[in-house]
Structures are given as C-alpha cells and as structure tokens.
Design a protein around this ligand. Structure first.
Ligand SMILES: *[C@@H]1O[C@H](CO)[C@@H](O)[C@H](O)[C@H]1NC(C)=O
Ligand SMILES: *[C@@H]1O[C@H](CO)[C@@H](O)[C@H](O)[C@H]1NC(C)=O
Ligand SMILES: *[C@@H]1O[C@H](CO)[C@@H](O)[C@H](O)[C@H]1NC(C)=O
Length: 399
C-alpha cells in the first residue's frame, strides 16, 4: 500500500510538469454586461489558465522585482492614477478579471505595463524584448484580407482565449465616458482584449505588432489601454483620435494594421505606427493609407524616425521581412496563407514553431472580408484547417 501511494504521488507530480505540447484548441467566450461583469466572467471561466500563466511567465517575475524598487513603484502609481482618470471603466474590467480569477490586481496591471516597468531601472540594449508578430494586409479586386501571426513568449502557447463581447456600460461608467461596445479579440491570459487581433461591430478589423522605442514615457498611457479603447472606435477618424491620446499620449510603442469597412461596403487599408512623443503630451503617430497595395509589418519601425532598441526583436523583424519579400506580391488569401507558413530561414521564421525558440507563433489569424470570417489556425495556415472560424459581424454598420 505504501509503495502504491508513493507511485501515485510520483505520477501526480510528473503530471503537473508534463509538456502538453501545442494544443489545437481555441477557447471562445461570449459575454454581455458591464465592464466589471464581463471581466469577472472572463476571470472566473479562465481562472486556471490565468493562474497558470501568471505563475510561469518569466517576464512577470522581472516586473515584480522592478515594482519593489522606488522607481518601479512610482511608475506604477503614476500610471494607475492616470488610467483612473482616463479609462476608469477599463480598470473596473481588469478588477473583474482579478476577482473572477482570484488573482491580485497588481499582477494584471504589471502585465499591462510590460516594458514600461521592465526597463524602469535598467534600459540597456541589446534587450530581449517582448513580441514578434507578422501582419500582411491586402485590398484588391480579388480579395480583402488581413493575415497575422500572433507570436509571443513560449509561456503564452496554450494560454490565450477569444473574448466575443457586448459591453453595456453601467450608468456610472457612461458618465465617465464609457461606450457600448461590440467586439471580438484574442487575449493573452489575464490581459485586456485589443493588443493582438480582432474586429469590432463598427467595421474595423485589426492586428497589432509590438514595437520597441528606446525611450519610453513611464506614467503615460500603456499601449494596451490605447488598443483596448480602439475596440470602441466608430470609424477611422475616431481610431486616430484614440491613438493620439491627447493630453497624455502613449508610454510605449506598437503598430496597428486596420481594414475599415464603411456602410457602403467600401474598404480602406491602413497601418499606423505609434510611439511616445518626447516633446508633447500625445502619441507620436505615422499614418499610412494603402491604395490597392499590400501592407507588411513586423516588429520594427518602418516610417517613424526614432531610436529603437536593438536585439532579437529587430533581428527577427529583419529576417521575417526578408523572408516575406522573397515571395511574389500576394494577390489573394491563398498567397497570404503561404507567406504566413514560411519557415525557410534557420534563424527566425515567419511561422515560429521551433522547439527552442523563445518566441513562438501561438496562432495565426486570417480575416477574410469577402467571406466575413475570422479563421484561426494553430498550425501552419497553408497546410492545416482553421481550428475555429468566427463570423465577422459588422452589426452597427448602416445604423
Ligand atoms: C534574456 O536573454 C538572456 C540571454 O539569452 C537570458 O539569459 C535571459 O533569461 C533572458 N531574459 C528573459 C526575461 O527572457
Ligand atoms: C479596395 O479594393 C476595392 C476593390 O478593388 C477598391 O474599390 C477600393 O478603392 C480599394 N480601397 C483602397 C483604399 O485601396
Ligand atoms: C506552404 O508555404 C510554404 C512557403 O511559405 C511552402 O514552402 C510550402 O510548400 C507550402 N505548403 C503547402 C502544403 O502548400
């Protein structure tokens, strides 16, 4: 008997350390309610995934260490105070996630601060920076498609879900500026929706690429709050206003790929590069509209002139751009699926699946605007079927 229970303990122990590999699962949760309630249901439903992510994500250990320093605490407090003024209802949504998942709020807030807190005491380069994503958008007479690989630290593999939400703000939140929102977005566990890929009911489909300016503005708006707010955008002008964030401005950087469809079915393809503005209380933006062209973006600035980090994020971006440009100019969805599946390079790959790479493609998304579908692939999109196909519902258009 003693021997048997010993063996059972060993088996149970091995069970928890087991490498579960790449799961072909796309959890989707449909939600309706106030910001807090929607957050709470996400937290309650995905508690184990969120807890597991928080306990294994190496960067968070680093953010917690910085948070214990004077500079780190100051940056945290200033950011939180600013977000209480600017986006109090998104803080309530985060509090809902924390309460539902039974995890401390400050850990979720540190995830949102990301490189802002990570570099607060030591802003050296080369830096192993977060992110790695490739986005390609096309709009021509044949197809309108946005294709995106969601690349993240390997801990994020199997630690994401999709929120399909209808937010009905409380009266109190409405008075603070909250809007009714309908959107679907992929979320890394415990993170706000918006900083990955998704769509909203007002005609927007989007994807995000992390960018890493060298100099950040601690205390300003974390990019993830700006991309959370982007889910409420009514049209391109509104999106531009949200990204500009007048009076404060982005603390860190990213690139936003957008295809907007208007009520007449006309489509416009944009890429916006965003960075902290070191001379004004707003974000620095470079907006480019693509007329019957292809937009391609990885994790380095292509148009804004500023000092960015160097390190693997830039090496990987250059390698992926090089691999992408070796393909003929993409004309349709099939071309895009082939490009996203490229693993031709030894160092960095467009579809990053090598066992030992720190950054991995956790999912690929193909937004097909002709079909009005969002196709999510876990394996290479040119040789596997999408694991999930979500409808793109522009329910607010023409209202
Ligand atoms: C950064 O890279 C170095 C060298 O490759 C590695 O030792 C370290 O663990 C990395 N840090 C993080 C947070 O991944
Ligand atoms: C997108 O493609 C359609 C069809 O070719 C075209 O009518 C429209 O002008 C294009 N939009 C842009 C912004 O290129
Ligand atoms: C998928 O695309 C890659 C190029 O990125 C190509 O080498 C490979 O042959 C394609 N696979 C299939 C099954 O079409």
């Amino acid at each position: 008997m003693i021997r048997l229970s010993f063996i059972l303990v060993v088996i149970a122990y091995l069970g928890t350390c087991e490498q579960i590999g790449r799961r072909r699962a796309v959890p989707v949760i449909y939600l309706r309610g106030s910001h807090y309630d929607v957050g709470y249901d996400v937290g309650r439903t995905f508690s184990s995934v969120i807890k597991d992510f928080i306990s294994t994500y190496a960067n968070l250990r680093d953010f917690e260490k910085e948070y214990k320093t004077d500079n780190g605490k100051q940056a945290y407090d200033k950011t939180l105070a600013n977000m209480k003024k600017r986006y109090p209802y998104y803080l309530k949504e985060m509090q809902g996630v924390a309460d539902g998942a039974k995890v401390p709020f400050y850990q979720l807030f540190l995830l949102q601060m990301d490189d802002i807190i990570g570099t607060i005491n030591d802003n050296h380069i080369p830096r192993n920076d977060t992110g790695g994503c490739s986005s390609i958008g096309i709009n021509n007479s044949e197809d309108a498609v946005l294709a995106h690989t969601e690349d993240a630290f390997s801990e994020t593999l199997n630690h994401f879900y999709i929120m399909s939400a209808h937010i009905i703000p409380t009266q109190e939140d409405k008075e603070l500026g909250a809007r009714e929102e309908r959107f679907a977005s992929l979320c890394y566990a415990g993170h706000m929706p918006g900083y990955t890929m998704g769509y909203n009911a007002n005609g927007l489909v989007f994807s995000i690429n992390t960018l890493s300016p060298m100099i950040l503005k601690a205390g300003n708006t974390p990019r993830t709050f700006i991309t959370r707010a982007l889910l409420s955008a009514k049209n391109f002008e509104d999106a531009e206003k949200i990204l500009t964030d007048e009076g404060l401005g982005a603390a860190n950087g990213c690139s936003v790929n957008m295809i907007w469809t208007d009520e007449n079915g006309q489509r416009s393809l944009y890429n916006v590069e965003m960075a902290p503005d070191l001379t004004a209380d707003k974000s620095l933006l470079n907006v480019k509209k693509f007329e019957n062209e292809v937009t391609i973006h990885t994790n380095k600035y292509l148009r804004l002139h500023l000092k960015e980090v160097d390190g693997p994020i830039i090496d990987s971006s250059n390698a992926r751009l090089d691999a992408i440009y070796k393909h003929p100019k993409p004309k349709n969805r099939e071309d895009l699926q082939n490009i996203l599946s490229d693993t031709s390079r030894q160092d960095f790959q467009v579809f990053q699946e090598k066992e030992d790479s720190e950054i991995k493609t956790i999912a690929a998304g193909i937004f097909d605007l002709g079909e009005k579908t969002w196709n999510i692939y876990i394996n290479k999109p040119n040789s596997s079927e999408p694991v999930a196909i979500l409808p793109i519902m522009f329910t607010n258009l023409g209202k």
